[in-house]
Ligand binder design. Structure first.
Ligand code: NDP
Length: 394
């Protein structure tokens, strides 16, 4: 995305808002920020997958027009909880896409996984502002998504803290003046463990991130460092400077969220407390700024910032993402799909932690379809890769 090409209508006094994935970690933080200035936002659409009770509570609190539950079997629970209210309800994956057609000014894409792809594409096609947290959809369908942005003139605002940091740093220059984009990585909870020690880690240990409070899937991705691999692919699509100009740097304190080095060797970094409300606020108020209740950055207390090179042997997911993007075609979609299945199986204790990357590598080496030419192709590849992963896990 070229920062200079941004053209959304962000200056309206009251913004109408849709939040896909409203009950999750990012969705909840978005609503926390809206609570700080409720008269500036009109919440139109809220969605969840199964947490109908929480969705109903939020829909009532924010007087939403529509609440959508993706897993249709939970629609009766949602209907019951909203009986007597003026809030419309709907259920199922198609209802999510229909909800994305509702003409809100600002859409938060915070569904986890590729399940968010079709609603995001639909929201992009409306040509308004889409705040993108759902990295899996961009990893899987980056070319499609960026082509849709170009065609509709939508504004895609990165919410992932690293990409939001790059986005902010890029206001200091243009993409053709970039020497290097540095994505920082905390290294996750197993930064100091050997591969052998990682064999026996539990889901509870993997989701206990040292710095960030996040949903279960992204927490496991942070522990394998697949998260940083996915972010590498995400950065390539959002800021097309060339893969050789995107680097990963381990920075355990998560204070510098990413950096842009320009051709004159001047480097601009974005810093802040590790709190997702900061990048979300930047996207919600964009192109302005809003007051938040986030902790100020206290560098005296932090005292030191450490950096180290990523270890591609102990964290093979990084290498897999690197290779998948370099190979291109269907590889990023396959990698993402298998990883989603593998992380789910790990969380259910049906797969070991180190088998997540192994499974991705196996299926990437066995399944080599032609490059996808459109959404149907891509969804077929995604389904096939998932089926292969499920079969392997047994
Ligand atoms: P959570 O697991 O906390 O929340 C996910 C949300 O998506 C929930 O509202 C959930 O509903 C909904 N959802 C889950 N599965 C489906 C489905 N199949 N169809 C429709 N809706 C579904 O995730 P996070 O908030 O942590 O992450 C959301 C996205 O943002 C991910 O792509 C993640 O990588 C990205 N991200 C997250 C960050 C974070 O700090 N959390 C940081 C940067 C990026 P329900 O509650 O009913 O299950």
């Amino acid at each position: 995305m070229d920062v200079e090409q941004i053209n959304g209508d962000a200056s309206k006094a009251i913004k109408s808002i849709s939040i896909f994935g409203a009950t999750g970690s990012v969705g909840t933080s978005t609503l926390d920020l809206i609570r700080l200035a409720p008269d500036q936002y009109n919440v139109m659409v809220l969605t969840a997958n199964r947490d109908a009770e929480k969705l109903a509570q939020l829909a009532i609190e924010f007087s939403a027009d529509l609440a959508v539950i993706a897993d249709e079997t939970y629609l009766p629970v949602l209907d019951k909880a909203l009986t007597g209210s003026a809030i419309s309800t709907a259920g199922g994956a198609k209802a999510l896409v229909k909800a994305a057609q509702i003409d809100s000014d600002w859409t938060m894409a915070a569904i986890v996984g590729c399940a968010g792809l079709e609603p995001i594409l639909t929201a992009i096609e409306r040509g308004k502002i889409v705040a993108l947290a759902n990295k899996e959809s961009l990893v899987s369908a980056g070319d499609l998504m960026m082509a849709a942005v170009q065609k509709s003139g939508a504004t895609l605002l990165p919410v992932d803290s690293e990409h939001n940091a790059l986005f902010q740093c890029l206001t200091g220059g243009s993409l053709d003046q970039v020497q290097r984009l540095t994505l920082t990585a905390s290294g996750g909870p197993f930064r100091m463990l050997s591969l052998a020690e990682m064999q026996n880690v539990t889901p509870a240990q993997a989701v206990a991130h040292p710095n960030w409070s996040m949903g279960a899937k992204i927490s496991v991705d942070s522990a394998t460092m697949m998260n940083k691999g996915l972010e590498y692919i995400e950065a390539h699509h959002l800021f097309p400077v060339g893969l050789d100009k995107i680097e990963i740097l381990v920075h355990p304190q998560s204070v510098i969220h990413s950096m842009v080095e320009y051709i004159d060797r001047s480097t601009i970094a974005q810093l802040g407390a590790p709190d997702m409300c900061i990048p979300i606020a930047s996207a919600l108020a964009w192109p302005k700024r809003m007051v938040t209740q986030c902790a100020p950055l206290n560098l005296v207390d932090i005292a030191r910032l450490d950096f180290e090179a990523p270890d591609y042997d102990r964290f093979p997911s990084l290498r897999l993402a690197h290779d998948a993007m370099a190979y291109g075609g269907a590889c990023p979609a396959i990698l993402n799909a298998v990883n989603e299945v593998a992380v789910g199986a790990f969380l259910e204790e049906r797969l070991r932690f180190t088998q997540i990357a192994q499974l991705c590598e196996t299926i990437l080496s066995e399944y080599d379809p032609a490059s996808p030419h459109g959404l149907d192709d891509l969804l077929a590849i995604d389904s096939k890769a998932r089926a292969l992963a499920v079969e392997r896990i047994g």
